[in-house]
Design a protein around this ligand. Structure first.
Ligand SMILES: Nc1ncnc2c1ncn2[C@@H]1O[C@H](COP(=O)(O)OP(=O)(O)O)[C@@H](O)[C@H]1O
Ligand SMILES: [Mg+2]
Length: 374
């Protein structure tokens, strides 16, 4: 049966590159895309007529923005979740993924507890407090431990790998009074890191992309390639599906995974479109931004299909403060985010490549990267 979707006004809280790619996908679906962000030059503000200046953490700005749209989503899980819960309850705003889930997932401690409750394998952990001793930490691992800020960590910011008492003492000297606290995990000696992008709509339909391998450089995603296989993938993905159903999740979720050979451990969950899913703009019949919007407007989710046997994505990360210069590479698609200023480590864009196998796709993308001075 054909469904008739009336034109919907979709709001995005935040104006960065994820919001920009959501806006662009929304245009193709015939949606009117609204953006709330601080700056007219923000990546997403540049690509819509419906831009609203304001702060995503300001009640007045939020309410007047959300009044303009039928449904809203966010590009970062680090918003004021309490405020979002309050305004969505008071005004019956539709926000997906639901703000109470954002609240659970934006704190690494409650995220870990949620994973544990739903029996999704993840590393062991404990809650850190200023009185935690090195001996306490060593109960998790005799080798290295990883301390992670409970909130606002990204791209390795807020992640500390500690190998001995001296390193722990240095950590304490700098972070003892950190307001949001930390969790502690054992250092996981993984073989490689993987990512699973999945989506679930309000009717409970669940879809996922094939597993992809990701390589981090300085704890920042450098490249992604796929599809990759793992002998545990079927049961792992089934568990993820059950998890999304149990928490009644709506939208795309990015699941970061440690492949330890004999087991797959969830590293962390991102309740949004994810950097490791950008390859889908070229490798899949429907990209992750389109799936996310389909979930928001309660469209049926078509089965994802690869359009090539191999894909790769390489991030274009700033290396200095000069404007990037580049030549159009062969066999790669370029995506610039329209950021005003280049900065070391800043995600300025990405390139995608497809080929007859993952390895060739990656070497094409890395070759294309040589055409860029960042
Ligand atoms: N317990 C761990 N053991 C080994 N490496 C880790 C561990 N936790 C994180 N890392 C490394 O640090 C990177 C960043 O950590 P992550 O928890 O994903 O934080 P974020 O991506 O939010 O900065 C991971 O992709 C991984 O390479
Ligand atoms: Mg991560």
């Amino acid at each position: 049966m054909k469904k008739n979707y009336s034109l919907k006004n979709v709001g995005i809280l935040g104006g960065g590159q994820l919001a920009r790619m959501l806006v662009m996908a929304g245009h193709d679906l015939g949606l009117r895309m609204h953006v709330l962000s601080e700056n007219e030059e923000d990546p997403a503000a540049q690509v819509t007529r419906h831009w609203y200046k304001g702060s995503v953490d300001n009640k007045k700005d939020l309410v007047s923005f959300l009044n303009e749209v039928n449904v809203a989503t966010f590009e970062s899980e680090f918003l004021d979740a309490k405020l979002l819960q309050e305004v969505s309850r008071q005004h019956q705003f539709q926000i997906f993924p639901r703000p109470y889930l954002m609240a659970r997932l934006q704190d690494r401690l409650s995220q870990k507890q949620l994973l544990q409750k739903h029996e999704l394998n993840s590393s062991s952990f404990l809650e850190w407090s200023p009185s935690t001793t090195w001996e306490d930490l060593q109960k998790l691992s005799k080798k290295a431990v990883v301390l992670k800020a409970r909130r606002f960590g990204y791209d390795g910011n807020g992640t500390f790998i500690l190998r001995n008492l001296k390193e722990y003492e240095n950590f304490l000297a700098k972070n003892q009074n950190s307001p949001n606290g930390f969790i502690v995990e054992p250092f996981v000696d993984f073989k490689r890191e993987l990512s699973l992008i999945c989506a679930r709509n309000k009717m409970g339909q669940f879809v996922h992309y094939p597993l992809a391998e990701t390589l981090q450089k300085d704890a920042r995603c450098f490249w992604v390639k796929g599809p990759v296989k793992h002998n545990l993938e079927k049961s792992f993905i089934k568990k993820c599906e059950r998890f999304l159903h149990s928490i009644n999740y709506v939208g795309v979720m990015g699941i970061e995974i440690f492949d330890c050979g004999k087991e797959l451990l969830v590293n962390e969950l991102a309740p949004r479109v994810h950097n490791t899913g950008h390859h889908s703009l070229d490798s899949m019949n429907y990209d992750q931004f389109t799936y996310h919007l389909m979930c928001l407007i309660s469209a049926d989710l078509p089965e994802p299909e690869l359009v090539a046997p191999g894909f790769a994505m390489v991030n274009l990360l700033g290396e200095n403060n000069k404007d990037p210069s580049w030549e159009i590479p062969e066999k790669a698609q370029i995506y610039w985010y329209g950021k005003e200023k280049n900065r070391p480590g800043r995600k300025m864009g990405h390139i995608n490549s497809i080929a007859n196998n993952p390895k060739s796709a990656l070497s094409q993308a890395l070759k294309a990267l040589k055409e860029f001075s960042l």
